[in-house]
Design a protein around this ligand. Sequence first.
Ligand code: ATP
Ligand code: MG
Length: 398
Amino acid sequence: LPLIFEPARPVLQKIEDAGFEAYFVGGCVRDTILGDSIHDIDIATSAYPSEIKAIFNRTVDTGIEHGTVMILDHGTGYETTTFRTESGYQDFRRPDKVTFVRSLSEDLKRRDFTINALALKENGEVIDLFNGLDDLKHHLIKAVGDPNERFHEDALRMMRAVRFASKLDFVIAAETLAGIKQNAALLEKIAVERIRVEFEKLLMGQNPVAGLNEFLQTGLYQYCPGLVGKQTELSGLLLLNNWQLRNAEQAWAVIVTQLGLDSRDASKFLRSWKTSNELITNVKKMIPVIQGLRSKKLSPLTFFTAGRNAVQDANQVAKLYGWAIPDEQLMKQYDSLPIKSGKELAVNGGVLINDAGVKPGPLLGKIIKKLTVQVVNGELPNDRETLINEAEKIKKEG
Ligand code: ATP
Ligand code: MG
């Protein structure tokens, strides 16, 4: 048994001692065999959720209707899912109805790709019913069974295929690829939030160009918000190098840049993907920085308005286009700002009202803004007396 599973071995043991079967399954098995790091360990078992809960003292109901219970053991959580089959995929989506079964093979059969349908036993034996080990060795993403049927059952799997192509830098097997081409339009049936998760993972993967190439070739992009008819713009992504996107903000900023969207259109576009407001705000902060890097015209005000994270993220995006400057140099520029936020201004509204005789109202806001810009630009020192004097001057001018 690979070392990484050792801490989890007693959990399997305990389930087996109670008379059930239990295996490590899915991504953790795939990634360990590949020699990649894993982020969590998933377990599949013949025990029903109630039976798991009877065996372990500490569990959390994370998805009990789908058969998933989290077992807590020495500070680690193990998602433990009862063997199940899924039936009645009436609308091309993952069915709500799942049937618990007692056989591992039934469970592995419902999984999407052969490399995701491996199970690992407590003694280190790999259960490989669909030749997943071979496909893993040949870096192939191949549907379990008939691709056409499998994508009909659940259209999200097509996005998962292109996501894994990027994440693992694997090739999609010919028949599976043909199945995606044929069924791409079914993606329309899938909730955009779920498509978004896969698309973001694609962009943050090892080889986004490979994933994007299949995303374009298969026509999947045509069933994604805001991408209809954008083949030309999106194809430009295939020419970019140095992909190393670290978060969703960076991922979306690349797309927004590639589509040439301004701040307003970027908002609209991201809203159509149902991203969070926080992400939209962050991406919008990045746009002027990316454009500033592009035109080599970065003003202190651009830095100030964007903030530290957006500056850093923007440079990561600019790297793809050859517009970036060394991170240390950029951050040094940022750090040399006289003030990093409005809170650091030596005066605030109260001070200006009391000491500069400004009346509360629109003029006050205008004055604060003006002072901020001047301090950020280094035109005025961030000094209380100076700013009060300047405020009085602006007030007189009206
Ligand atoms: P990651 O490292 O990104 O988490 P993963 O393989 O663990 O990769 P998950 O989305 O966490 O991916 O799913 C866990 C497992 O559940 C998969 O390996 C696969 O066996 C199965 N699975 C997930 N989604 C589907 C689906 N839509 N159709 C069929 N099987 C699926
Ligand atoms: Mg996983």
